[in-house]
Design a protein around this ligand. Structure first.
Ligand code: GRF
Length: 195
């Protein structure tokens, strides 16, 4: 069974999509805990509304936030960590503690348009400036480096001639909400194997 622990820094619309898909029965998973490094993150409200234990953990309130995250997730029987709009790097310790079952969603088709600094509208701006006709989103395993783990699943969207970073971001976000759940379903049924 997928026992999910979430890491998210801002809005949490990807987390909300997973919450909704578990509620509808589309995705079978336990929503065990959510951690945000941002005490004002709306994702904390989303978690509380869904009765998911929610925690603000950052260097502002913990000397070793990473250690506290591992503690909280272990206390809540997490076996799969879901990064969704999480703006911090995760350590090799955390990845090892969850035996490589740490996933992230990136709003582009890795391995292109990834790496340090490639987040938010920077990604979509780079895609448009490169003249790409297709973009999309990627679910990948997390390593201690940004965006370079094993790619597990991708979905594509067209890049339109008149796209701005904002219009492309909106189109990509829409399929992100499908892609994360699709990937988790395939991990649960063995279609996608995590080494
Ligand atoms: C998404 O674009 C995702 O690809 C990136 O951060 C954004 C998260 O948005 N990692 P939200 O917080 O899930 O709405």
């Amino acid at each position: 069974m997928l026992n999910l622990g979430f890491l998210s820094s801002h809005s949490g619309s990807n987390v909300q999509a997973i919450i909704d898909n578990v509620a509808s029965g589309k995705l079978r998973a336990n929503l065990c805990a959510l951690v945000s490094n941002n005490s004002h993150a709306f994702v904390l409200e989303r978690a509380k509304k869904a009765n998911i234990p929610a925690f603000h953990i950052s260097s502002h309130n913990y000397a070793d936030p990473e250690k506290k995250i591992i503690e909280v997730f272990n206390e809540h029987n997490v076996n799969t960590v879901i990064l969704a709009g999480y703006m911090k790097k995760v350590s090799a310790d955390l990845i090892h503690n969850f035996s490589n079952r740490v996933l992230n969603i990136h709003p582009a088709l890795l391995p292109k348009f990834g790496g340090e600094g490639m987040f938010g509208s920077n990604v979509h701006k780079a895609v448009i400036e490169a003249g790409e006709k297709t973009s999309g989103a990627t679910i990948h395993l997390v390593t201690p480096n940004y965006d370079d783990g094993k790619i597990l699943n991708q979905m594509t969207v067209p890049v339109l001639d008149n796209d701005t970073p904002e219009t492309l971001a909106k189109r990509v976000l829409e399929i992100e909400h499908i892609l994360y759940t699709d990937t988790l379903i395939k991990i649960a049924n063995g279609e996608i194997l995590i080494p």
